[in-house]
Design a protein around this ligand. Structure first.
Ligand SMILES: Nc1nc2c(ncn2[C@@H]2O[C@H](COP(=O)(O)OP(=O)(O)O)[C@@H](O)[C@H]2O)c(=O)[nH]1
Ligand SMILES: [Mg+2]
Length: 460
């Protein structure tokens, strides 16, 4: 990849109004930009590295003041991008930031592409690729646990682990390659290691990391839980209760919820998107019918379906229709209105969905809600176990590369135990190293980089 050596700029803070907003500039012309646009409040001589200066951004054309700012110059390589970088703290209004950015661009600077600052950081070896990806994950994290995982990757926890696997493989490769040059007698007499066992150990380590992915993905992407049931069973009340606020309209009039209400809650660090749906019933009029058609679509995309039944009413055909439509899904059978007299027997309930234990709750008064959250959590994580691993794999790209690494190592192991196949084994290990290197971005193509960084925001 050719390192672009032009200077780039962007507004690094969100669109909107705030106390301050930051324009970020990076590249070889930063120093020049400072001289032409910045007028320090006090005569300071040349700007010192990483000091905060008070002054004005002025338009060189008209001499007029654009904004009063605080400015920091960070000379490369000791900056985020590794290049000379300028951060201009402006007053946080979009017009102000845009005006300052315009002056910078008029001075010959190019507007940055999404993620371009981080891409430069990666190209200048300030971060490896997995760390660069962690920057995006950190910014978009939906729960504290997701944030902590992203931060640990950014701090290089994953990279360290992969690096140590890498050095192990290089050692094995060295021994293997030297063995190729010797005859069999040399090998059997020399102090050689059990390479097959060594490769097996590496495979086990990689599989250990791979086993954390399922949970990692949950923490990063979360899951979809759809609340479904016939009208008036308390779906909207349940959404409100789980959310801890009145979000959906609750009425005794059936058919009130026709649209979808989606809100995300945090269950033990997992972002769970809850969807309240229209009640399923037969006698619905046109608009409501359409809402009900959508319910089935929503349910299809759900990771978990919460089937809600009114425990204070006799079950009806509509309840069974909801159950039947969800046979293939991961279901939580929830019986609401436990505060009222029960009108369904335990036998009836256990017969409804064999193997699924019904859970009684009161959406109105809060009974059983923490059990429900636990059920959602354990259903999502399959076993309800909290993996205590020092690193957790959250990124699909990393997972695929690790799987390919392991595959090549399995082939290597096979070839090591075969006669006269040492060269093949060495080739397999080199292939494994390439796949492993993809994660840190050692051997990554421009297409992959484009795809990764285009998901970033501008200014990061
Ligand atoms: N007693 C009691 N009433 C409830 C409970 N949950 C919901 N309701 C009532 O049932 C009615 C329908 O509730 P709503 O949440 O709108 O049901 P939806 O149609 O399924 O969304 C409202 O009058 C609620 O106050 C509960 O746990 N106990
Ligand atoms: Mg409703």
């Amino acid at each position: 990849m050719l390192i672009k050596d032009d200077t780039i700029a962007a507004i690094a803070t969100p669109h909107g109004v705030g106390g301050i907003g930051i324009v970020r500039v990076s590249g070889p012309d930063v120093e020049e930009i400072c001289q032409s646009l910045f007028r320090p409040a006090a005569d300071t001589g040349s700007l010192r590295d990483r000091y905060l200066y008070h002054g004005d951004i002025i338009s060189p054309e008209t001499g007029s003041i654009i904004d009063e700012v605080l400015l920091t110059l960070m000379r490369g390589p000791h900056s985020y991008t590794g290049e000379d970088t300028l951060e201009i703290n402006c007053h946080g209004g979009h017009l102000i930031l845009q005006a300052v950015l315009n002056e910078v661009i008029k001075a010959g600077v190019r507007p940055a592409e999404p993620g371009e600052f981080t891409r430069r950081a990666y190209l200048n070896n300030r971060l490896d690729l997995s760390q660069a990806e962690a920057v995006a994950d950190l910014i978009t994290a939906k729960t504290d646990r997701g944030r902590a995982l992203a931060l640990s990757s950014l701090k290089g926890k994953l990279s360290e682990k992969l690096q140590s696997i890498r050095s192990g493989l290089i050692e094995i490769l060295t021994v293997l390659e030297s063995s190729i040059d010797f005859t069999e007698e040399d090998m059997s007499s020399g102090p050689h290691r059990n390479l097959s066992k060594d490769v097996e150990d590496v495979i086990i380590r990689i599989n250990g990391i791979l086993s954390t992915y399922k949970e990692g993905k949950l923490f990063r992407d979360g899951l979809n839980a759809v609340i479904t049931g016939k009208p008036n069973v308390g779906k909207s009340s349940l959404l409100n209760r789980l959310l801890g606020e009145r979000r959906a309209i609750v009425t005794p009039v059936p058919g009130t919820t026709r649209d979808f209400i989606e809100e995300t809650i945090n269950i033990r660090g997992i972002p769970v998107k809850l969807t309240d749906t229209a009640g399923v019933r037969k006698s619905a009029e046109a608009i409501e019918k359409e809402g009900i058609e959508f319910v089935w679509e929503k349910v299809l995309a759900a990771d978990v379906v919460i089937i809600l039944i009114d425990g204070n009413a006799r079950p009806t055909e509509e309840d069974f229709e909801v159950i039947n439509r969800n046979r293939e899904k991961r279901i939580i059978l929830v019986i609401n209105k436990s505060d009222l007299p029960r009108k369904i027997t335990d036998e009836e309930l256990t017969g409804m969905i064999p193997g699924v234990e019904p859970l009684w709750i009161s959406a109105k008064y809060g009974g059983g809600i923490s059990e429900l959250k636990e059920r959602i959590y354990s259903l999502a994580s399959d076993n309800g176990e909290y993996i205590e691993s020092d690193i957790i794999l959250t990124n699909l790209r990393h997972k695929i590369s690790l799987e390919k690494t392991a595959e090549s190592l399995v082939a290597a192991k096979d070839n090591i135990t075969r006669e006269n196949a040492a060269e093949l084994a060495a080739f397999d290990i080199r292939t494994a190293l390439d796949h492993l290197g993809d994660i840190a971005g050692e051997t990554t193509t421009d297409d992959v980089l484009d795809r990764i960084f285009s998901n970033f925001c501008v200014g990061k």
